[in-house]
Design a protein around this ligand. Structure first.
Ligand code: UD1
Length: 519
């Protein structure tokens, strides 16, 4: 798949209506052709744009085997945006998952004139040396929340930026006040007009170091302000920042590119701005949300699987909940590979022990019930900023809880409208009562499955994953529509589940009418 291929160079011989509204101060205007602005990996998406994708899951089976975890979507999106800080040399990234969200981010970067090249196997090279515009494509920004993250690097590097209001999952109001107030604290003047945010450095040159306390540890605001402060003149202190591993990964990337950032992973960041950053090689962390989803897949089907690479420290709250429910989780410090070697006419198996890189390890998750250890028990769960339980795993865990014994309570405290999956889980037979931002889940009766398959619709990314998981535990067939939401955030989701033995199939029906919707 031409996931993130280079856009064609703008050619004077092509009809190239100026697409960008403004060009950078001090740089000669270079028109970007409509072709280059839209020629992103969406070639594939376009080919499928008139198709309705459904996942058909036959439930009741068990899973077994080993599954790979992809690079973190959210870290990759932040790092791709952060690559705009690099005015010299390309950022060579590894572990970028092949997702519709990362393709959209590539389209955002290309719309600014950056070169984005996909080299296969998760390697993506971003050369932002020749950025020619400070206005990213509004349509692409409207598709993903993370598109808005480019605001920080753009205004810090060029002294101005104009970015459309962001899209993303419809799970709450998702304001941007912290982004804007934070940038104002770094010397930016902000105007909102015609659905766009226009930010300019008040001194006409660039941002200056300052202090800002976030009322709430917003992930996106922290990431945007961190990139902005990395190129501001002087020292910036950001307090009550998000401590999510993806934020720390972005800090690590920026430091590799020459930034000076202290306190990554803690509540306070001290950033000494640099005049310029340079490209560097960087590997994205494994996706803790995908890992958590796969762990729930094992639990909800009462199976035993292993997965790698993971960073166990990122999964503490997830492992705590699964262990409390009755799952057994074993950490394997080393990968063990069985390799068949053909010597002459004999096939000989060698068992190789390979040291894992850094702190990446494999986990084995077992939820096999037996007369001795009984079945999984329900529990109380409240979503919180990291290191609390991640909101991005709330729907998947709710699906699991519908199959556990007893009464469970799920409290969503991060987003005010993240319960769309409840109605669909109820269609599958789940007994869930909603009260404000809390869900009360009455587990299964007796030993039979609590769920029975039927058509359901994914309304957002993680809620969609929850429906797939529920389908795997349900009796009969569950058909999930709205799969484009799931494709935003899970690389090869059904292929990975299939490899573990799940009975899952993608049905693609081509339609005359486009099925669209903001994911
Ligand atoms: C990121 C993740 C998303 C995850 C979320 C919380 C990406 C691309 N997405 O989203 O998967 O669910 O973190 O872990 O990394 N808020 C404000 N004002 C602001 C910004 C946010 O009030 O200016 C509020 C939001 O309304 C929400 C809360 O802060 O209630 C958390 O949002 P935030 O941490 O910003 O999430 P995102 O960065 O959008």
């Amino acid at each position: 798949m031409a996931l993130l291929s280079s856009p064609p160079s703008p050619s004077p011989s092509l009809p190239s209506p100026p697409l960008r509204l403004r060009h950078l101060r001090g740089l000669p205007p270079r028109p970007i052709s409509a072709a280059s602005a839209s020629a992103d990996a969406d070639a594939d998406a376009d080919a499928d744009a008139d198709a309705d994708h459904r996942l058909v899951v036959s439930g009741g089976g068990r899973l077994a085997g080993h599954v790979g975890v992809s690079g973190s979507k959210n870290a990759a999106l932040a790092v791709l945006a952060g690559a705009l800080c690099c005015s010299s040399g390309a950022a060579a990234l590894r572990g970028v998952p092949d997702l519709s969200d990362t393709r959209t981010m590539a389209a955002v970067l290309r719309s600014l004139g950056a070169r984005v090249e996909e080299r296969g196997g998760g390697e993506v090279v971003v050369d932002a040396g020749d950025v020619t515009s400070v206005e990213p494509d509004s349509e692409a920004i409207g598709r993903i929340r993370a598109g808005f993250f480019v605001l920080g690097p753009l205004v810090a590097r060029f002294g101005e930026a104009e970015v459309a209001l962001p899209g993303g999952c419809r799970i709450g109001a998702r304001p941007i006040d912290l982004y804007l107030r934070g940038l104002a604290a770094l010397g930016a003047v902000i105007q909102l007009r015609h659905g766009k945010v226009r930010v300019e450095a008040a001194n006409g040159k660039g941002l200056v170091g300052g202090q800002f306390h976030l009322d709430y540890p917003s992930v996106g605001a922290t990431e945007t302000l961190m990139t902005a402060a990395s190129l501001a003149d002087g020292v910036t202190i950001l307090s009550n920042v998000a401590r999510e591993p993806e934020v720390a990964d972005l800090a690590k990337f920026l430091v590799t590119c020459g930034a000076q950032i202290e306190g990554a992973g803690t509540s306070t960041l001290v950033i000494n701005g640099k005049k310029r950053l340079h490209g560097a090689e960087f590997t994205i962390i494994p996706d803790r949300i995908e890992a958590g989803t796969l762990m729930v897949a094992a639990a909800i089907t009462r199976s035993c699987i292993s997965l790698s690479p993971v960073i166990p420290g990122h999964l503490t709250s997830i492992m705590d909940k699964l262990s409390a429910a009755g799952c057994k989780i074993i950490q394997k410090g080393r990968h063990i590979l069985e390799v068949g070697v053909l010597l002459g006419s004999k096939l000989i198996f060698l068992v190789l022990k390979i040291r894992t890189l850094r702190d990446f390890v494999a986990l084995q998750v077992s939820a096999l019930s037996s007369p001795n250890n009984g079945d999984l028990q329900g529990f109380y769960l409240k979503t919180l900023p990291y290191p609390g339980f991640p909101t991005d795993l709330q729907p998947q865990f709710m699906a699991l809880l519908t199959t556990c014994n007893g009464l469970s309570v799920v409290e969503e405290s991060v987003f005010e409208n993240r319960m769309h999956h409840v109605k669909e889980l109820q269609k599958l037979g789940a007994r869930i009562r909603l009260s404000g931002s809390s869900a009360f889940i009455q587990g299964k009766r007796h030993r039979s499955s609590a769920l029975s398959g039927c058509p359901v619709e994914a309304a957002d990314l993680r809620g969609g994953a929850a429906l797939v998981l529920a389908g795997m535990a349900a009796e009969g067939v569950t058909e999930i529509s709205g799969v484009s939401h799931i494709d935003r955030g899970y690389e090869n989701f059904e292929a990975k589940l299939l490899s573990l033995g799940a009975n899952i199939e993608r049905k693609v029906e081509h339609q005359q009418q486009l099925m669209t919707g903001i994911a």
